[in-house]
Design a protein around this ligand. Structure first.
Ligand SMILES: *Cc1c(COP(=O)(O)O)cnc(C)c1O
Length: 470
């Protein structure tokens, strides 16, 4: 992909990362891979903290005691007017504020239509149902995701088939997709996991070749972009979540987006009992057209969403700036391997900031103790997901009457299912290497990012002293 900043990037590549923050421009900051490729790992200088100060986990003074930015953000002066109007007005069920939110969400993404629903899980459920994914079908999914990607696949009666991930990007690995396609395969759900875009150009090409439906799970990837196009707008449908932790937080909420009017009309019907498109609450007896359910968002939820939407773009820029800065800083620490973005990514959402922890470089210090030590330094962190491709919920579905009627017995044998769906790259991320910071930490200052880097350096320096910890 051509890019106006190429010469600047080349300059950065050829020069050291010293003083990086001073010369980075915001447009550059959104394009991370070039910044760190080609840099070599040098041993860490521990000049930024006292060597006499032991790790906080061993009783030393923590690097940081200050609070991290709170989430969700609520600013009464600017956020409460429309919400109070809704509450006092007494129209609480779906009406004009939900429609306003849908219109603004579609416009923000540059997509024709958006439908607000109760949550991201049911956005995926509705999209699968209206793209006619049913019992007997197979749906390709990555194992490195939240259960909300996979639960709706089982709910339609379809069989999830797991495609292993590329550990460098944490995303579904396009090179492993075709080997998993069978005559039953009808759809693929690429997940832009952690808010980092999946490789949509390659995934779309494979889907086209094999005539697969593409439903993007963009539940963590609000405003992320590939070649300046928002994720969620590449497939037949895109699905978003507005759950409390997500980058656009309503508490609960979700959306389906698409450029396909007929599909979106059906989704609307489905989310309102199967009643005709556009029918509103309070109208009864119009004649129900399709098999539906009820997934409507409330007016007060939409009012909260509209308040959050006003800040989303600026917050996304801050997360990109801080993530790029932090990535450059910690990439030089041996054993710390931050996420990689695909070359065509022009912006990420950074719902989470991930890196891989290589304990060999930390004298064999386990990831669990590393996480404890980092938390003790005042840096909250997590090991992230557990492996989704071998949990009991799968067998529970396979033992259900519907699955028993829909699939040959051999396909429902849990042990052989788990065997067929092994994902060793994902196992390594989940069980050994992945470390996350949450998106709210990326809303802080550059010196907050320095704290994170210094805490990791400190643990690196003291790894041998921490080995005794459990
Ligand atoms: C949050 C999330 C979902 C589900 O969204 P809910 O609103 O919680 O139902 C699905 N997929 C991914 C990747 C998510 O992060």
């Amino acid at each position: 992909m051509s890019h106006p900043n190429v010469s600047r990037r080349e300059f950065l590549k050829r020069n050291s990362l010293t003083g990086l923050s001073a010369i980075l421009t915001p447009s550059l900051l959104t394009n991370t891979p070039a910044l760190t490729s080609g840099t070599t790992k040098a041993p860490v200088q521990s000049g930024s903290f006292s060597l006499a100060e032991p790790p906080a986990l061993l009783g030393g003074k923590p690097i940081r005691t200050a609070e991290w930015p709170v989430w969700p953000i609520w600013k009464p002066e600017q956020d409460e007017k429309q919400l109070l109007d809704v509450i006092r007005g007494g129209i609480w069920s779906r009406a004009s504020v939900v429609s306003e939110f849908e219109a603004k969400w579609a416009a923000t993404l540059g997509v024709k239509r958006s439908l607000a629903v109760v949550n991201g899980t049911n956005a995926i459920m509705a999209a699968l149902a209206q793209l006619d994914i049913r019992g007997g079908d197979e749906v390709l999914v990555p194992p490195y995701t939240f259960i909300g990607t996979v639960a709706p696949v089982l709910a339609t009666g379809a069989m999830p088939v797991f495609v292993d991930v590329d550990p460098e990007t944490f995303q579904i690995d396009p090179a492993r997709i075709e080997a998993k396609i069978t005559p039953r395969t009808k759809a693929i759900i690429p997940v832009h996991i952690l808010g980092l875009p999946a490789n949509m150009p390659q995934i779309l090409a494979i889907a086209k070749k094999h005539n697969l439906v593409v439903i993007e799970d963009a539940c963590q990837a609000h405003l992320a972009e590939i070649s300046h196009q928002k994720v969620g707008t590449f497939g037949h449908a895109g699905c978003f979540s507005f759950q409390n932790s997500k980058n656009l937080a309503i508490g609960e909420g979700g959306a389906i987006v698409s450029n396909d009017d007929a599909f979106m009309d059906r989704c609307f019907s489905y989310h309102n009992y199967g009643n005709p498109y556009g029918m509103v609450s309070g109208v009864i007896g119009a004649g129900t057209l399709i098999q539906g359910t009820k997934l409507r968002l409330t007016e007060y939820q939409a009012a909260i969403g509209l308040a959050q939407l006003k800040r989303l773009d600026a917050e996304t820029t801050t997360r990109n700036t801080n993530a790029t800065y932090l990535k450059a800083k910690i990439s030089s620490i041996p054993g710390i391997v931050p996420y990689k973005l695909y070359d065509s990514v022009t912006r990420a959402a950074f719902h989470l900031f991930p890196f891989r922890y290589k304990k060999e470089s930390f004298k064999g210090l386990s990831r669990d103790v590393f996480l404890k030590a980092l938390t003790a330094e005042g840096i909250p962190c997590s090991k992230g997901y557990a492996t989704l491709n071998n949990m009991p919920y799968l067998n529970d579905a396979f033992q259900s009457k519907n699955f028993q009627k829909m699939y040959p017995k051999g396909m429902l044998n849990f042990n052989s299912y788990v065997e067929r769906n092994q994902c060793p790259q994902n196992d390594r991320l989940c069980n050994e290497e992945a470390v996350w910071f949450t998106q709210n930490m990326l809303l802080g200052s550059q010196s907050d990012m320095d704290d994170i880097a210094r805490a990791i350096e400190k643990i690196y320096t003291y790894a041998d002293k921490l080995l005794s910890q459990k």
